[in-house]
Design a protein around this ligand. Structure first.
Ligand code: KG4
Ligand code: ZN
Length: 370
């Protein structure tokens, strides 16, 4: 294993040319491919030097991620993405000390592309391999930049596939203390957007229209779920009925059934207020549980993570709730909220320090225990 904290350059012979490579510290190359983003990142001593992401636009016309197309796109992207991340960081591939990759959870075909690539690289370069849990990495995105939370902290992780409250005791010790019993928060945004006729992924569009709307105009019900768990499927149903009635009632009643034309013109004339009202309800469902978790655990360092933490309403209300309740609140930079390899790199860095390595027999899995 190759570790150096010195700032030095080495000249190495590579064929006919001399290769200049830096040896600045513990250098991790990280790969993320759990869903529809192919990403690679280089970090040195926990500092992110590059974070390159290739988005897959091929899914847009299908209204959701098509697993087979996602793995094919990962196969096309993986080599140029890793090359670009190394180049942007100023590193040659043999200048890295370890390779971290997303092992789970996610789409199995997508995970396999990044996983097998990482294993082959580790074997070829004879470097240690670090298997990373995608959801733990979302949480640790909060450790990338200053200000960083103190341990223990709570993290509300909200993505397209997960909604969790995580109690994080150390970079390698965390547990889920609350989670959704049905849809994830990102799904609630995307499914609501679909009902409004907006293209996939609709979450960012709901956010965009909500910024011009009145969040108090329409009242959607808040589910009564015990403990720290969440539920979003009832909200989706109430939005469906509300639109079928062209806003006349939240309750489904045959006599209120609007025609398709009435429904479409109701949406068109009220889009901003509908989006603002839906967003406000999703945000209050999330934040009321975070407040409960803080009261129950006594923990006041609280973070956001995951794609939905890019939502402007959630960010604003989270910070306001933090001020009111004397919390220290943390939100990763925008580029570290949605899927990215920098969060895999920072997690890989902490796992390296803890000596948590994987061997080459490790396999990617669609689901994973914590
Ligand atoms: O974490 P992420 O990038 O991928 C998963 O691991 O799922 O999260 C993607 C989710 C999608 O549901 C997307 O609609 C949602 O995050 N999202 C947003 C916003 N930006 C992304 N939802 C609401 N408002 C946003 N600004
Ligand atoms: Zn994610």
């Amino acid at each position: 294993m190759n570790m150096s904290n010195e700032n030095l350059y080495t000249n190495e012979s590579c064929g006919s040319s001399a290769v200049l490579r830096r040896r600045d510290g513990l250098t991790i190359l990280a790969i993320e491919s759990s869903c529809d983003e192919t990403s690679a990142s280089v970090c040195v001593d926990g500092k992110i030097l590059s974070n390159f992401i290739a988005n897959q636009t091929v899914h847009e016309k299908y209204g959701g991620v098509v697993p087979e197309l996602a793995s094919r796109a990962h196969m096309q992207n993986i080599v140029p993405v890793v090359d670009t991340a190394l180049k942007n960081a100023g590193y040659e591939v043999n200048g890295i000390d370890a390779i971290a990759f997303t092992q789970a959870p996610g789409l199995i075909g997508s995970l396999l592309v990044g996983g097998e690539f990482a294993k082959s690289l580790a074997l070829a370069l004879n470097k240690p391999l670090i298997a990373v849990h995608h959801m733990q990495a979302h949480v640790l995105a909060n450790l990338i930049d200053d200000p960083r939370p103190n341990f223990p902290f709570l993290c509300l992780t909200v993505s397209g596939g997960h909604t969790q409250i995580v109690l994080c005791e150390s970079p390698t010790t965390m547990k889920v203390i609350g989670e959704t019993i049905d849809d994830a928060a990102g799904e609630a945004f995307d499914k609501s957007a679909k009902l409004l006729g907006l293209p996939y992924p609709g979450g960012p569009l709901v956010d965009k229209y909500a910024q011009q709307g009145n969040p108090d105009r329409f009242k959607f019900p808040e589910p009564k779920i015990a403990g720290l768990n969440f539920s979003f499927s009832g909200l989706k149903t109430s939005i469906l009925y509300f639109l079928q009635n062209a806003g006349k009632s939240n309750l489904f009643k045959e006599e209120f059934m609007a025609t398709e034309e009435e429904k479409l013109s109701f949406i068109e004339n009220n889009l901003a207020d509908i989006c603002a009202s839906i967003q406000q309800r999703i945000v209050t469902i999330l934040l009321n549980k975070v407040k409960k978790a803080s009261l129950e655990t006594g923990i006041t360092d609280i973070c956001l993570a995951g794609g939905v933490s890019a939502n402007s309403g959630l960010r604003k209300d989270f910070v306001e709730m933090g001020k009111k309740n004397h919390w220290n609140t943390f939100i990763p930079a925008f580029q570290y909220c949605t899927d990215n390899a920098a969060m895999i790199a920072i997690t890989g860095y902490h796992k390296y320090l803890a000596g948590q390595f994987a061997d080459l027999t490790v396999s990617s899995t669609a689901r994973a225990e914590w």
